[in-house]
Design a protein around this ligand. Structure first.
Ligand code: ZN
Length: 161
């Protein structure tokens, strides 16, 4: 178990496309555990993608359990196979500190992935879980929420409201 350093905007690795994981070996399991520890160690983080810790592999962790929601999920090669509806959510990102932005996302998605055991899982998500999954999967393609946001806010000002 280890906390890894979170890469921030401006680091070119965040703009690269991550590769599919072909074999779930000890290195991948360690990566997922470390990503989970890194997420839990962060302030207010609910999701983390491997490129955010400098690894260009298609792995994400999502945990809304502290917010009364679902998780934790550790997902390998996640893919959105269905999306419908629209919602606007105020998003932030551990790689873009201090900034929040309103992003239009699907209101419901179905995500297909492998779990740590290599089993296929299908997650039907709506509301915040749908947003977080879309946000994290975007990271695997080098996309940040600031590319999609329509309005920006200062995170400190928002938190003091
Ligand atoms: Zn992010």
């Amino acid at each position: 178990m280890a906390i890894r350093q979170i890469r921030e905007e401006g680091d070119p690795i965040l703009r690269k496309k991550s590769r599919e994981i072909e074999k779930i070996d000890d290195k991948i399991l360690e990566l997922l555990d470390d990503m989970y520890d890194t997420l839990k160690n962060s302030e207010d983080g609910v999701g983390l993608a491997a490129p955010q810790v400098g690894i260009l592999k298609r792995a994400i962790v999502v945990d809304l359990s502290e917010e009364g929601g679902e998780g934790p999920y550790k997902l390998i090669n996640p893919k959105i196979i269905k999306a419908k509806g629209e919602q606007i959510c105020r998003e932030g990102c551990l790689s873009v500190p201090g900034v929040l932005g309103d992003v239009i996302r699907p209101s419901e998605v179905v995500v297909e992935a492998l779990n740590e055991k290599g089993e296929e899982v299908k997650i039907k998500a709506k509301d915040i879980l749908a947003v977080v999954l879309c946000h994290e999967i975007d990271h695997l393609d080098g996309i940040l929420f600031i590319d999609k946001a329509t309005e920006f806010y200062d995170a400190d000002e928002e938190n003091n409201k």
